[in-house]
Ligand binder design. Structure first.
Ligand code: 5AD
Ligand code: SF4
Length: 472
């Protein structure tokens, strides 16, 4: 039993990371042939990507994936801690699982992902869900799922293994990618920024970068397999390489990835503080680096930004924003915004609205502040009612939505490059894909276009999508 410990998770040291090759013990290979699993993923792209590894690991053990929870012998929840509602979703599904387990006692239930790194969550699992959850694995040791899962079956007891410190970097984990055309590639794990509201530096640990050779090898392999797009992933990709101390950072990496000739490159997420002029230069130089950048601002007020520990002012953000817009032609910029940070006044909230009016973001993810236990902001005095926060969120959403539509309307009549991803879920007569600026577009066309990048003319604009026409 290895439980999470926030004190340890908070520490940062100068550890040199070793690489380890993944391998599955011989006796576990295909041991569970004939058994099925259902994997539910919450949260960000990092979790989605982890789930691609988990799926492949389970398949190596002989499990087969099913898409209905009722049909599964193993139910695994890959969880997220970022806000209270992510927690509630995971705890909510446990009610349904409890019901299933009453009918079939042999169902195995596991929990992994960020919630597994939380002290309180694991305590609750041990006390309240002792009979429901069979095993818990943290974010740093996903590769140990086979051993822990097997141990919990063999020993018929709850197994919990959560490392509070990041371990070595595991290379060559098996992967079952969700798409044949778009791929996620990890470049950096963890985060050292410690924004005061954020749980991620505790759940994902110290920032540690993958070796450039491993990243480039993975991208080159994806190009060979016919992939059209890679998204370089990290909690803060702009810090790439800092821990390796080799003078090789994100700008150098982006340049080398661009030279592999993969048709499309994206990267998430960027902290404005680490955005250098060199990065901007490379982004503007290569046409296969997409004109779409996610640049979370969080607030437009300097006092709140300081309390959040963001280390930039509204002016500094705006300067960077305009520099990017100028350097990269037709660049779409999206953002994240939190309203109702403890003590945020109406005037301070209005500063955020004024920033939105200036930036006219192409997309924005907006949230009400959610106190996360263990973070500094959770201890701040907060006199704003939930009603007020909800009302602010509504006003913010009305404004950002207005600009999404305005920006989309500007594209009407233009022809844009689209990576076609498949048949629309809403209308089987339509195909869907994403523009270079990462906008969803639906249009009519033959199915053999799927997987290709093609020109589509924009005919109509909606708030969250475009309608287009494909001309042969
Ligand atoms: N409350 C609300 N939103 C949060 N985010 C991160 N932590 C919190 C929190 N405690 C938002 C930030 C971040 C995005 C991924 O989630 O806007 O950029
Ligand atoms: Fe959620 Fe953050 Fe963990 Fe992603 S890294 S799953 S957003 S808590």
């Amino acid at each position: 039993m290895l439980l999470p410990n926030y004190m340890e998770a908070k520490t940062r040291n100068k550890k040199i990371y070793q690489k380890e090759q993944y391998h599955l013990a011989k006796h576990l290979k295909n041991k569970y042939q004939g058994k099925t699993f259902y994997l539910k993923t919450y949260g960000c792209q990092m979790n989605e990507h982890d789930s691609e590894n988990i799926k492949a690991i389970l398949c190596e053990m002989g499990f087969k994936e099913v898409d209905e929870i009722e049909k599964a012998d193993l139910i695994l929840l890959n969880t997220c801690s970022i806000r209270e509602n992510a927690h509630n979703k995971a705890f909510g599904i446990l009610g349904r699982i409890k019901h299933l387990k009453q009918q079939r006692k042999d169902i195995l239930v596991g929990l992994c992902g960020c919630m597994a790194q939380e002290e309180d969550v694991v305590k609750t699992i041990m006390e309240k869900y002792h009979h429901l959850i069979n095993f818990v694995v943290g974010t740093h040791n996903l590769y140990r799922i086979p051993i822990i899962l097997d141990k919990s079956i063999e020993n018929r007891q709850q197994e919990i293994e959560v490392f509070s410190r990041e371990g070595n970097i595991i290379e060559d984990m098996p992967i079952s990618r969700n798409s044949k055309y778009k791929a996620y590639v990890n470049i950096i794990y963890g985060c050292d920024k410690f924004c005061t509201y954020c749980i991620v530096p505790y759940t994902r640990g110290k920032q540690h970068s993958r070796d450039k050779e491993d990243i480039l090898k993975e991208v080159t392999e994806l190009v060979k397999q016919g992939y059209q797009e890679v998204t370089l992933l990290g909690q803060n990709v702009n810090a790439y390489g800092k821990d390796l101390d080799k003078g090789y950072g994100l700008s150098e990496l982006l340049e080398d990835v661009a030279k592999t000739n993969i048709p499309r490159i994206r990267f998430v997420t960027s902290h404005p503080w680490d955005f250098t002029d060199d990065m901007i230069k490379v982004i503007s130089k290569y046409s296969n680096i997409m004109p779409s950048i996610h640049l979370p601002v969080q607030s437009g007020n300097d006092r709140i930004l300081k309390l959040m520990g963001r280390r930039y002012t509204k002016e500094e953000y705006l300067t960077l924003f305009h520099k990017l817009k100028k350097a990269k032609i037709n660049c779409a910029i999206s953002t994240d915004i939190i309203v109702g940070f403890p003590g945020e006044s109406e005037a301070e909230f209005l500063d955020t609205l004024s920033l939105v009016k200036e930036c006219k973001f192409d997309n924005a993810f907006t949230f009400i502040f959610s106190p996360r236990k263990g973070t500094p902001a959770a201890k701040l005095y907060d006199d704003i009612t939930l009603e007020e926060k909800e009302e602010r969120l509504q006003r913010l959403n009305n404004l950002v939505n207005k600009y999404f539509l305005e920006n989309n309307k500007k594209l009407i009549g233009k022809t844009v490059d689209v990576l076609v991803e498949g048949v629309s879920l809403k209308d089987s007569n339509l195909l869907f894909g994403y523009t270079d600026t990462n906008k969803l577009i639906n249009f009519k066309g033959p199915k053999d276009l799927i997987g290709q990048i093609i020109p589509v003319q924009v005919m109509e604009a909606k708030t969250w999508s475009l309608d287009g026409e494909y001309h042969v």
